[in-house]
Design a protein around this ligand. Sequence first.
Ligand code: COA
Length: 332
Amino acid sequence: MIGTAREGRHISITGLGCHVPDRILANAELETMVNTSDEWIMERTGIRERRIAKPEEALTDIALPACRAALEDAGVAAGDIDLIVVATVTPDMMFPSTGALLADELGAPDAAAYDLSAGCTGFMYALAQAYGMLAGGLAQRALVVGGDVLSKILDWHDRSTVVLFGDGAGAVVLETVDEDGFLGFELGADGGGGMSLWLPNSGSRAGEANGRATVQMNGREVFKFATRILVHSAETILARCGMTVDDVDLYVPHQANVRIIDHATKKLGFPSDRVVINVDRYGNTSSGSIPLALADAAADGRLKRGALVLMTGMGAGLTWGSALMRWTKETA
Ligand SMILES: CC(C)(COP(=O)(O)OP(=O)(O)OC[C@H]1O[C@@H](n2cnc3c(N)ncnc32)[C@H](O)[C@@H]1OP(=O)(O)O)[C@@H](O)C(=O)NCCC(=O)NCCS
């Protein structure tokens, strides 16, 4: 799916908030849990540490502070939100949805609220959906949440996955603005590659003797897919919007692995000062990754009003998605 957003209403991000659990799990501690080393993890992934939820913490506990921060940043009351989309593969439970639980906790009784599953690309899919509903006039103010608590679905004996992932959530408010905002989206899915990154025993295909469902991954296949698709999706959306890499002020790729980001950055031709990287501190937080990266760029002063921002996510499905936007908010 690809489309530009040049006619009709202008929709933009007017508030941004994030939250991660307090507990830091550094590579040195992982060395005591599985047969790995700080050196291997740093060299192959660039990840130094990640955040891990407490046993009693679920997605809503992590997403709620992010939602509240985003609403405050936008200066919007929860009661004025009429759409909540939560991108996640680790909802509190299969149903009720995390969206509905958050709507209740926040106090947004008039909001349509639901969850969306597109792996680590979920936040990009959710942005595009909310954009479409606002542009079509179906909703006026949306809260888009990307968050995951992947630590809950990892096999903590599997060194090939535990080193990669972390927990975290981000939220943005989408509203109509006078000009600029989103310029276009490109989204895709290839279920044929789906079994490269999957959660067996987790749905209606689960066997009777199912144990705890844990993430299974063919790392090399996902690596090949990721390096190819980050470049392809970025080039496709830029071409469709009549822009080039030189026009982009800030590139916000999914934070999966520093080697994947470096590959895409070099291939696309971005100078490093225009690329947001925080995978070293958070690992791969799945749907939380891009909003967490946006928040870091806002904090370090690179996310400015007028900046052309390119975001690209990829993940389980296999799925991918890019959004191109002209940032409209004044950030500190
Ligand atoms: C997982 C990943 C880091 C592995 O890096 P790699 O360079 O491809 O490493 P390989 O899979 O070729 O494995 C190399 C060796 O390291 C070993 N290894 C795997 N994980 C290890 C770990 N945590 N510590 C130490 N050694 C490890 C492997 O067993 C293998 O050993 P062998 O050669 O004796 O068989 C990399 O493939 C990757 O990042 N893939 C994408 C994953 C991803 O982003 N998933 C989420 C997408 S949203």
